[in-house]
Design a protein around this ligand. Sequence first.
Ligand SMILES: [Zn+2]
Length: 239
Amino acid sequence: MKLDLLIVTAHPDDAELGAGGTIAKYVSQGKKVGILDLTRGELGTRGTAETRKEEASRAAAILGVSFRENVGLADGFFVNNQESQLAIIYYIRKFQPEIVITNALDDRHPDHGRASKLVNDSLFLSGLRRIQTKEDKQVQEPFRPRLQLQLIQDKYIKPDVVIDITNFWDIKEKSILAYTTQFNSSGDDLEPQTYISNPDFMESTRGRASEFGRNIQVKYAEGFTARKILGVTDIFHLI
Ligand SMILES: [Zn+2]
């Protein structure tokens, strides 16, 4: 399956938090969108790897993505080495996405910056024909996406581009709330409250979307950074 857009991020819920509106927007336009989680989020304070898996598949259904898969790297401990890179290259060559969105270059959770660098390196290596990977015993074709963007999650980072997601905020919020063990806890369950389980966290996520939106005179937007200069063929497409 050839994808238009692939989100490759460290933990289940990173994609929803940083790019849920963008995912829903392009799904609604008939684009093929997938999510590749690098880990199962097994070190999360609340819930378990099993509950997180169920929540991730509910969120994927809400967003309407074509597929969601998990690379199975170790939460908190994965490293940017040959083994991790080859695991990601396999998926990049399999799905041949035009655009890849990954984690922020630097963030509160050290996995995020590490995932960003790992994915960046893997995308480059995926284009080298002398790196051989196989799918069902068939040698895969080298492939490099034409654009990589980084989402913005915990830490404020000035975006290089913002995308209007006003009509998709509700879907984004629903997809985040599908992670029932992680977000919007009333505090009366038996698990410890965390930075993200407090209902204030959703308010700050909405506030960020509103702030990015205000920059382009829309209600909500998501922001992304790029490692290269972004160009358009038509400046009238800019808003
Ligand atoms: Zn994360």
